[in-house]
Design a protein around this ligand. Sequence first.
Ligand code: GLA
Length: 667
Amino acid sequence: MRPRFPALPEGLAYGGDYNPEQWPREVQEEDVRLMREAGVNLVSLGIFSWVLMEPAPGAYEFGWLDEIVDRLYRNGIHVDMGTPTAAPPAWFTRRYPSSIPVTRTGMRIGTGARQTACPSSPEYREATAAIARALGEHYRGHPGVVMWHVHNEYGAPLGECYCDTSVAAFREWLRRKYRDLSALNEAWGTTFWGQRYGDWEEIDAPRASHTAVNPAQRLDFARFTSDEHLACFRIQRDVLRELTPDLPITTNFMVTNCAAMDYWRWAAEVDVIANDHYLEAERPDNHIDLAMSADLSRSLGGGRPWMLMEHSVGAVNWQPRNLAKRPGEMRRNSLAHVARGSDSVLFFQWRASRFGAEKFHSAMVPHAGTDSQVWRDVVALGKDLRRIAEVRGSRVEAEVAIVWDWQSAWALELEWRPSVDLVFRERMDAYYEALWREHVTVDFVHPTADLSGYRLVVAPSLYLLTEAGAKNLHRYVESGGHLFVSYFSGIVDENDTIHAGPHPGALREVLGLTVEEFHPLRAGETVGLPGGDRGRIWSERVRLAGAEAVLCFADGPDAGHPAFTCHRLGTGRAWYLATAPGNLRPLLARALDAAGVDRPRGLPETLEYVRRGGHLFLINHADGPVTVPGVTGVDLLTGTACRGEAAVPPGGVAVVRLAGPDGPGRA
Ligand code: GLA
């Protein structure tokens, strides 16, 4: 069994990225004192320090780092050691100019940043294996180093690379996938626009052109890109596994912010899921996006506890307007991640940098120093985390799942779709938000996952669906599951080829309907639904073939035709919604009720309500107090007994250890 979490003596992990190399020794010594004051027990080191570890090819210098690791360890602070491969040294780039990535529009990128090496470059891969080996050999057996943090955020900002090395690697990847060229020609539909290939060497990466490029080629290139980065991860991971089999190895994902990686494929390769999440500061209700990111992280790990590897104390520095967090927001954010299964609260970063590109990014120790609200909040959060330490290891259970497939998102957002308003995240966010406001905790699933444990499965945007995925959904419904599908799902197969026959080919049978014609709406145009709500983005001509109409369009191009349908199949039901209503909640609530999904009623929709094992997390995102009935136990944050109800102050949080059969014993 691989280790699934760093061996910390107790409690949740608390800390963040630590860049002591930017500071003189006195500050480093102060850092450790302050870390103890805040209750920090884990820091990530060395993430961008390749040139300091290896100032010249093959000449390793770890003395400076030893001093820091030892000092931390003497003070009870453990290290998540980074391999520094997201920042190749200048000597490397100078020596191997062919490792410099090229963008889709043909720009060879500049090098004074980070992520400046092509993932397919053999020299880069070799150099990363060497530095990982040197680090692994140096730190194996050091009791202070408790896990490995390979690289940083694979896939962003560098996703696709179009250099010559990448093109050659793409051809190899295609040869492995298709074996013979006729299979590729078939899959890519190259009879269209006379694109047939007669030799592997004729195939290029799908560079920007003056018009749309073959969508199947682009989709394969997206898969290739995710695989190439994953291969880079595996190279380092395998070296480190060999040297330190007892240490967990991970890399930090950005599950809702990096569209270029297929994290379902990545998830099986890491020992513990680690995620970075940053609020989109100006987005209203951005805590709902946070919750989605946390639920997706947990789901990638099959429900096991995961690690919040980075989030921010306050403002970031890379958005148009970098808003500081409001009072209590950092605490709510941190505890929401824990509520949804994280066993760590880690930040980027420990101490704010004085120089470089990120000097305006918030940190646990701000430029203002320790006489600041930020620092007091950081210390207080450390205390909170110690109070709720007993949640470590427990699991969040969900009765509802949302189908999330990166490959479908890639396909949907290629050129020339029926409407530019068909955006994967737009529908995902809409459905997730509606469920969040209904106080329903969800897991995310791949279309081929085992769905038998869920009462309701929701597919908000599933344009691409394979035969295997379609069969899985069909079996699920036939055997009693409830499925809720949104428009423009089940349209194409894995090659972006339309499933034969009327839309939605892969879901026709399970939904009991066909779609005769799409009627995408103009920008701002809406269509009427019974009861006064209006649909945006989409209308279409649905023809029933077994399903019954629950609601029909009241006006617009499909007036009088079904907008919302239900199909009874086997012992289950499949719902279909052919537009983007202003208010999804009543429609989803029907499906939730029919599926018997248990959820609290009558709570304000601004209250986040999550069960984690035998604990109930109540996070109040509004300015008024909330009383939640039916709660008996102890609020671990305040020590207050809850006898039949829990009080949550404005902007506050309660973490209740539930009494009786619902309590921790059940987890
Ligand atoms: C990312 C990176 C960090 C840092 C933060 C800033 O998540 O991993 O190194 O740049 O963003 O928000």
